[in-house]
Design a protein around this ligand. Sequence first.
Ligand code: C2O
Ligand code: CU
Ligand code: CU
Length: 498
Amino acid sequence: MKKVALAGIIVSLGLLGACSQGNSDISSNKGMKGMDHSSMNMEGMDHTNMNHETITELKSSLGENELTYPYVLKPDQMNYNTISYTIRAQQGTSEIFDGIKTKTYGYNGDFLGPVIRVQKGMNVTIHLVNDLQEDTTFHWHGLEIPGNEDGGPHKVLKPGETETIHFTVQQDAATLWFHPHPMHETGKQVFKGLAGLLYIDDKNSEMLNIPKTYGVDDLPIILQDKTFTDDKQLVYDKVMNEDGTSGDTLLINGVVDPKLTVDRKKVRLRILNGSNMRSYTLHFNNDMEFQQIASDGGFLNEPNTTKEIEVAPGERAEVIVDLTKVNGNEVSLVNEDNKTILPIHLKGTVNNSKTTETVYQLNSVNATDEMKNKKVTKTIKLAGMMNNVTINNKKFDPNRIDFIQKQNETEVWEIENVKDAMGGMNHPFHIHGTQFQVVSVDGKEPPANLSGLKDTISLKPGQTAKIAVKFTHKGIYMYHCHILEHEDNGMMGQIKVE
Ligand code: C2O
Ligand code: CU
Ligand code: CU
């Protein structure tokens, strides 16, 4: 049997590392010294002296439930280049645990949301309906869309309200997502289940010889960690942590203790980290290589062959895993501490005819020299922890515009995660309405996994990145830390594109 254990759980290395730097009481703890994550032993750590909360330890998937996939939403109407959908935020109950009803939120259903699938070039209309008993917004994470349609905290729909938005898809194939963004409530609403996928297809994605049959060899993998109460409810107030809410229970696509049973061939995993704060560094328990083919904003130029991949909150990574390379019938996707994320069971014997060939060229996105040599014109300093988090020493003010940029003009932003006396923690920095290119990280060429289009970049304490940012539409957009509690605590600013 082959088990693919997605080792995703070890996430918050940066935070743990930060603790060791910031608190001399624990610097004697050998496991943490030197921030060598690979040797860190979470069980052995002494948390008692830390002056901020650490991350909840994640339990391994017991592999009891077959993974399911969100359904692909049927359009209300479609002709050759126009398409319309209705998206309804609603509350309901789901049977996440056998025989138990958990109160949840979802889009067009009880928990999570469907996949919306659109083609590049299409004119899209979406009817938004708030059937919740609280305010919400509908934000399109990664989509290049006019500020007014982007669903930031200004675009609140009250209970019972509806709105219709229109946009034309102008960007390349990518795995994007949507989630709520109401001020101070994003963390709670995502935790309760509001999150869905938005796939963009284009000629390139349809031509490439890669797995692309949804639910068969092209599989969404939405990673989220949650803590349930003893009676298996999701009570945000009970588990909320100002520094980011982590959970002990992993859900993939809303399934607890997931397993994947699949043909022995190449599969494509479209990983979305939809967790409130946890990062995952994933590898396979047999240490096999796999290929990352896409990041947040679409395909990398060429596949990035690797043995592990980090996915921070808000980020996506698409990988191709060649399951014909597995000895036996099981392999598991695991995280840094070798906790099982997803056991994979392989059906049948090797059938190479079912396996697609290796693709060498996927895309042609380039950071030009002009871009690389541009002066930095916007500086972002991310700082703090708990509810002291700030950007450029400020908390979010809905009435303050922090930056202005011209439509279609590229500017280089410098993003710094400021290390403070406490050490600090990782902050995944996200900008709405754009896909940016990473010019450098700490003055060096970005690594392969950051070489494509990105909308979120996770920085460790002390790290600085330069990114080339262009907005193709006008309007007001948010930028913020994608640790949802940091965002809710005001680690957010706004830019006006005109
Ligand atoms: Cu995914 Cu402002 O968010
Ligand atoms: Cu966003
Ligand atoms: Cu943060």
